[in-house]
Each structure stands twice: as C-alpha cells, then as structure tokens.
Design a binder for this molecule. Structure first.
Ligand code: NAX
Length: 328
C-alpha cells in the first residue's frame, strides 16, 4: 500500500462532515487502494462532539483509514496536508448584515489561509465549501502567498449536480445522459446555471427541452434557490448532497474529469469571459494531472452574458467589502 495522503477537514463535527468523513475514509475520494490520514479541525467547544465522530470512524474499521488526528489549532492540524477541505464556517444569524458575515468568516479563513501557507505540503489543494464559499476562498488564498492561487477552489459542484438532476427529471432521462452543465459565478442565488451549453444525450439541452418558460421560470430559480427549499422542507441545510458534491469536486481535481465532459468549479478568475481577475468565480473546467483548465470558447449569448455579469457583480462587491475590511 502507498503512503497515506494527509487530508485536513474543518468543521469536522458539523452535519456535512458527518457524511463527508465517512466517504473519504471508505475510499470514495481517492480510490480503494489509497490509504488516508484524516486531520480534523474544530472549534474548542465542538471537540467533544468530534471525539464521538472519531469513535464512529474507528467503529467502521475502514481498511484505508490509516489514522485520525483532531485539534482546534490549524497550525497543528494542517501540518503536512496534501488536501484540505474547509467546510467549517460562520453561518448568517438573524439580523446579521452581509458585512458582519464577511467579517466573521474573515476571522476564520484568514488564519486558516496563513496556517496552510506555513504548514501544508507543497502540493496542497484546498477546496472551500463553507459559505460564502467563493469569497472565503479569496480570503484564504490572499493570506497564503506561498501557495499558488489556483490551488484554492470553491464549491459550486452541488449547484452543478442540482442542475443536472433537474434537467434529467424534466427530459425524462437518467442523469448520466446529461453532460456539459456549467454553473457560472457565485455559489449564491445569483449563480447562472447555463442550459445553452449543457447537453442531453449529446444534443443542446435547451433544444431537447424546448420550453423557454420552464427554463426561465422553473429551472433557473429551482437551482438558484435549492438550498433554501431544502432548509424549508428538512428544517436543516443540505448535508449529504453537499458532502457528495465536495467529494466529486476534489475527486475530479485530483484524478481528472471524464473524457468529453467538463464540470463546474469556482476558481480564481484569469479574466476569461470578461470575469475580472481577483475574484473566485465558477466556470466550466476540465482537469488532468491534478490541474484544472477553464474551458474556453463557449458560446455565450447576450442573455447569458447579462446573467454572468450579474453574478460577477455580486462577487466583485463581496471582494470590495472584504478588501475594505483588510481581509484580502
Ligand atoms: P454545521 O453548522 O453543521 O457545521 C459547521 C461546523 O463548523 C460546526 O461544527 C462548527 O463548530 C465548525 N466551525 C466553525 N468555525 C470553525 C473554525 N474556525 N474552525 C473549524 N471548525 C469550525 O454546518 P454544515 O451544514 O456542515 O455546513 C458547513 C458550511 O457549508 C456552511 O457554511 C454552509 O453554509 C456551507 N454549505 C455550502 C454549500 C456549497 O455548495 N458551497 C452547500 C451546503 C452548505 O450550505
């Protein structure tokens, strides 16, 4: 067996991690022949709950789980990590303004970015799931000057999977027949799920479905507001599907995207499609050999460009807000 890959996970006693950790330990992330060491970060009051999660990991007797390290100090937990999942974040509480939310998360992602900079392995890849994910990724990468910016991604794969699911249900096909879905922009209600480049059995999804009213009035808002709908129905935010998407993103980043398809990843913009550099925005990406490439040359109509511009405007506002707070 090869040397264990060291994997940091933050927010490890939370609900997403209650699904995520077990999938990683089972081999779903890196394959059934790759041992892993889990290095789990929590805030001090949650360490006792985390000990309970570790007991359950022990009780699963996963052959690939080499060892588990837990703690409340990112400088210790991030030591030597090859992959880092930043899931723990500060949720918006009642009456909290966006500026307060960004500031509270800055207090988490600024020191975590620094700790990764100082202690992670040279090949570290960092995926931010904790919201506001794109801007938290920007804060973390801005505070890790020795790690290339493109090693910091944010999660829009859940939105991608949601869009694929909705298209499959509407078209009456298995989700495996849906490909080339793209989420543009922010992981928020302004995101733009693009059906014009998406395909169903190889044909343009918007042609196969041929129902503009449904695409505009059902599909877009359903994907954009799916998180809120799940909270409304379940009384808690999406957890299993968020863990699955977090695995999907990192799996594909490390092991490559399927031939002839792409995935949605929020990555530091290189200026493609008029998205300004200096923000972390979702694009269609392919991956190979542990690196991603933004898919260039996609057709973007005036309609799509206006939607992309709106979500990018939100990201630049968030960037300006965290800049004025001295977080980036
Ligand atoms: P929970 O509230 O269940 O768990 C969060 C955990 O993070 C808690 O155990 C908390 O103690 C811990 N935590 C807080 N500050 C920390 C710090 N500084 N260091 C380490 N741990 C810390 O939330 P959960 O449902 O697991 O969601 C986690 C995050 O994912 C939230 O920010 C949530 O909004 C976000 N989501 C992002 C999604 C995406 O697609 N990007 C979708 C799902 C989810 O909404």
């Amino acid at each position: 067996m090869s040397t264990p890959v060291k994997i940091a996970v933050t927010g490890a006693a939370g609900q997403i991690c209650y699904s995520l950790l077990f999938r990683i330990a089972s081999g779903e992330l890196l394959g059934r022949d790759q041992p892993v060491q889990l290095r789990l970060l929590e805030i001090t009051p949650a360490l006792k709950a985390l000990e309970g999660v570790v007991m359950e990991l022990d009780d699963c007797a996963y052959p690939l789980l080499d060892s588990v390290v837990i703690g409340d100090d990112p400088n210790h937990v991030f030591d030597g990590v090859n992959l880092a999942f930043l899931v723990g974040a500060r949720p918006r509480s009642k009456g909290m303004e966006r500026g307060d939310l960004l500031e509270a998360n800055g207090a988490i992602f600024k020191p975590q970015g620094r700790a990764l900079n100082d202690h992670a392995a040279d090949d570290v890849k960092v995926l931010i799931t904790g919201n506001p994910a794109n801007t938290n990724a920007l804060i973390a990468l801005s505070n890790a000057p020795d790690i290339p910016a493109e090693r910091f991604n944010a999660l829009t794969r859940l939105d991608h999977n949601r869009a694929a699911g909705q298209l499959a249900i509407k078209a009456g096909v298995p989700v495996a027949d849906v490909s080339h879905v793209t989420i543009w922009g922010n992981h928020s209600a302004t995101q733009y799920p693009d059906v014009f480049n998406a395909r169903i059995r190889g044909e343009q999804a918007s042609t196969v479905i041929d129902d503009t009213a449904w695409l505009e009035n059902d599909f877009l808002p359903t994907v954009q507001k799916r998180g809120a709908a799940i909270i409304e129905a379940r009384g808690a935010s999406s957890a299993a599907s968020a863990a699955k998407a977090t695995i999907d993103h990192m799996h594909d980043w490390v092991l490559g995207t399927p031939e002839g398809d792409w995935v949605s990843m929020a990555v530091p913009s290189d200026g493609s499609y008029g998205v300004p550099e200096g923000i972390v925005s979702s694009f269609a990406c392919t991956t190979a050999d542990g690196s991603y490439t933004i898919v260039e040359g996609l057709e973007v109509s005036d309609y799509s460009q206006a939607k992309i511009d709106a979500t990018v405007a939100e990201l630049t506002e968030e960037r300006d807000a965290v800049r004025s707070l001295g977080l980036v």
